[in-house]
Every structure is written in C-alpha cells, then in structure tokens.
Design a protein around this ligand. Structure first.
Ligand code: PTJ
Length: 257
C-alpha cells in the first residue's frame, strides 16, 4: 500500500495516513467529505509539530481515568475513525470494556455494514448502532440515531473527529463527553468535558499505554486525577501554542511550549 512513500520522508506518517484514507474511501468506508475533514485536522497538526503535546497527554490521562470510572462508556465511530484506528479501538475495547457504536453523518445501511464487518474481522462481537432504535433529542441530522443499549444509555460518550452539535445534545442528556479533535475551536472541542487536542491514531495508541500505567489505581486515585485536570487551561495551552508557533514563523523566536 505505501511502497512509493520512502520511510525517510520527513512527513512519512502523514502521507501514510492520507493514503490509508484514500484506500478506505475506495472501499466505501470513508466518504469523500472525510478527506476534507481530515485536511482541516492536518492543518492544525502541522502547527502542533505532528506530536502529542503535554496538554494532549494530560487530557488523555484524564480521559482514561474517566473511562475507568464510568459504568457504561461508549466510543462513537464514523468512517474516518474506523479507517484510521479500528484495530486500536478493538484493543481499547479489549482492555477497558468500552462499547463501540457506529454513528454516521452520511448514514447508509451499506456503509454501516462495511464498518461493522471491519470491526468484526478484528474480533469485536458486539457492535452497537447497526439497528439504532432511539433518537438523541434536539438533533435533526443523521447523527441523532442512537442505540438504546449504546450511546443512548451511556454515562460517558467518547467522540472522536466530529465538529458538531451532538456533544451539546448528549451533555443535555446528562452524559459526560470526551472528544478528540485537533481543532480546539470546533463545537465538539468547545463543549466536551475533556477535549483531547491530538491526532486520533496517536491518541488511541497513547490510551493503551496510559491504561497500562493507571490500571491498578483505585477509585479515589482516579478521581484525584480528574479533579486536578483543568480542561479550560489545556485548551488555552493549545491555543497559546498555535499563537507562539505562528509568531515563531514570523519572527524566528523559539516557542516556549
Ligand atoms: O463517516 P461520516 O459519514 O460520519 O462522516 C465523517 C466526517 C468526518 C466527514 C464528519 O463527521 C464531518 O464532516 O466531520 P467535521 O464536522 O468536518 O469534523 C471533523 C473534525 O475532526 C474537524 O474539526 C477536524 O479538525 C478533526 N480531525 C480530522 N482529522 C483528524 C481530526 N482530529 C484528530 N485527528 C485526525 N486525524
């Protein structure tokens, strides 16, 4: 698949991800709009130096703590998320028990079937959202369809890659929301209780490592991590880094963060 991209290329990982999204678009899993959405994320990642910054790692630690404290957490998966991270999401499910629900903006039975098969081939037996029997109040688009045993009844919903109004509707239902979005200004980043400003493939890999570090902590130790976490400060750090980087490129002053 990647034979023409030399591993020594300075932007190798980014080029491999682009190629992967194109391949999964040809398979009917990613929609063409998904490539545009990825481009928006990539532009932010370029500024962040294509690396998980401290503010990202802190939010990832808080997110794992919240997932471990939750009784019924669900990760919601769209075409881009499935294409980029299905293997790691199954691994995350295997270690944390998080449920996996397919929820698509450009919803079709055919895409749902293809995405479900991807996860099934990786060994995931229970996939939610195939027969979405509930609607999230306040939404008019396709993301309103939810599984009564999945997102609809979850206490924590983990939303990667979505700039939308669903996060607010889920919060209005009393749920905790964790988001992954490289864009700190997206509606989902603004609304989430924990806004992870990091690239999805790095985030899910970090999650598995962080889980290993935290898995023996008790409830009060996990709660302490959450209490110390300041989502607003983290978002401000991300925005400050963007400003510093832009200034650096203007003036050659090294960014502090
Ligand atoms: O598969 P579907 O039909 O559900 O459609 C999926 C897309 C992604 C097309 C749909 O959800 C969409 O239009 O998303 P948005 O509203 O463009 O939001 C996607 C957000 O993800 C943007 O704010 C990007 O900054 C962010 N993003 C894109 N790629 C990455 C990312 N964040 C982290 N890692 C990425 N690789």
């Amino acid at each position: 698949m990647n034979d023409e991209i030399p591993e020594t290329h300075p932007r190798y990982k980014s080029l491999v991800i682009r190629e992967r999204l194109r391949d999964f678009m040809e398979k009917g899993i990613v929609v063409p709009e998904g490539l545009i959405a990825h481009g928006r994320g990539e532009a932010f990642d370029y500024i962040f130096g294509e690396a998980s910054q401290d503010f990202a790692l802190e939010s990832e630690k808080a997110a794992i703590s919240l997932l471990m404290l939750s009784k019924n957490p669900v990760i919601t998966v769209n075409g881009n998320v499935a294409a980029l991270s299905y293997k790691e999401i199954v691994e995350l499910h295997n270690v944390t028990g998080i449920k996996v629900e397919i929820n698509l903006f450009h919803r079709s039975d055919e895409r749902i079937k293809k995405i479900a098969e991807l996860f099934q081939r990786e060994g995931l037996t229970e996939i939610y959202g195939i027969h979405a029997d509930k609607e999230i109040p306040g939404l008019v688009h396709n993301r309103r369809f939810a599984d009564g045993n999945g997102i609809y009844s979850a206490d924590t919903v983990f939303i990667p890659l979505e700039d939308g109004d669903r996060a607010m509707s889920l919060k209005n239902m009393g749920k905790k929301v964790i988001a992954i979005d490289l864009n700190p200004f997206s509606r989902t980043s603004i609304t989430a209780d924990i806004s992870i400003i990091d690239e999805i493939t790095r985030t899910i890999k970090n999650f598995i490592k962080i889980y290993e570090e935290l898995k023996n902590l008790n409830e009060s130790e996990l709660k302490e991590i959450l209490n110390k976490f300041d989502n607003k400060k983290n978002k401000v750090d991300a925005i400050n880094l963007i400003c510093e980087k832009l200034r650096y490129w203007q003036t050659d002053q090294k960014p502090h963060l």
